[in-house]
Design a binder for this molecule. Structure first.
Ligand SMILES: [Zn+2]
Length: 255
């Protein structure tokens, strides 16, 4: 039993394969999935998505509602009101994906900050956890979160520095780890840091269809690969000398 806290289920690569993907995920022990939204359209679709009813061989799925920093430039004038009404739905487990990405800067920094602050406020108002993307914000994500009274914060796909990790852990945030850790070059620092993350604050995510672990089978970029997911979990298990259950689902259940 485990939870994948980040599936980009609305991604075009998954179109037409939705049920098959969930069947495969369930077959390798994924009992809960969080579908992560990146804009208003995906927030709406994912919050309305219903799995085949009456089946007990699919994961339980909930979604997030939010605007990704990459999409901050393209929001409509009334985006906040629209997001607010979607985010109130019971199936929406968290607000996001939101945050700051100063690595790619697909949206201007000022728009990213504006969207992020608004979603921090929304998470506070609805008392739902915040699902956060932080890529090279230089501590600004942590600064902006510092005074917010939130139900929980997930730093998804953590790839930051030791200093950033310590700050997030001290604040009580959850840390999401993806297949990035299995990347020979990019994952070096993360492999060193993972032992610092207490089990109660560690979450596992595929970020599918992105960030496949290195040992995933070739030709499965459009699916959650059985080998890829179990490979990621076993790598994490090995690296942190943990067993993958039962802690992960318990922690993730708080999201
Ligand atoms: Zn992200």
């Amino acid at each position: 039993m485990s939870t994948d806290i980040c599936v980009n289920f609305a991604n075009r690569q998954f179109t037409g394969e939705e049920t098959a993907i969930l069947e495969r995920a369930f077959s390798v022990g994924v009992t809960h999935c969080i579908f992560v939204a990146t804009d208003l359209a995906t927030s709406r679709v994912l919050s309305d998505w219903k799995p085949d009813s009456g089946r007990d061989d699919l994961p339980t799925c909930r979604s997030t509602a939010g605007v990704h920093p990459h999409d901050a430039d393209s929001v409509e004038a009334d985006w906040y009101e629209q997001l607010r009404s979607i985010a109130r739905k019971p199936n929406v487990a968290a607000i996001g994906e939101t945050g700051l990405d100063f690595n790619r800067n697909y949206s201007t920094k000022s728009n990213q900050r504006r969207c992020f602050d608004a979603q921090i406020e929304l998470a506070h108002e609805l008392q739902k956890p915040l699902f956060v993307h932080d890529r090279e914000s230089g501590g600004e994500v942590a600064d902006r979160l510092a005074n917010a009274q939130l139900a929980g914060v997930v730093i998804h796909c953590f790839t930051g520095t030791e200093e950033e990790l310590e700050r997030y852990l001290a604040a009580g945030y959850f840390i999401g780890i993806t297949g990035w850790i299995a990347d020979k070059k990019r994952g070096t620092e993360l492999r060193r840091l993972i032992a610092r993350i207490p089990l109660e604050q560690l979450l596992v995510e595929t970020d599918a269809p992105f960030l496949r672990p290195q040992n995933a089978s070739i030709g499965t970029s459009t699916t959650i690969s059985q080998h890829g997911l179990s490979g990621a979990v076993s790598q994490l298990t090995y690296l942190s000398s943990l067993t993958p259950s039962p802690h992960t689902p318990h922690t993730a259940a708080k999201i």
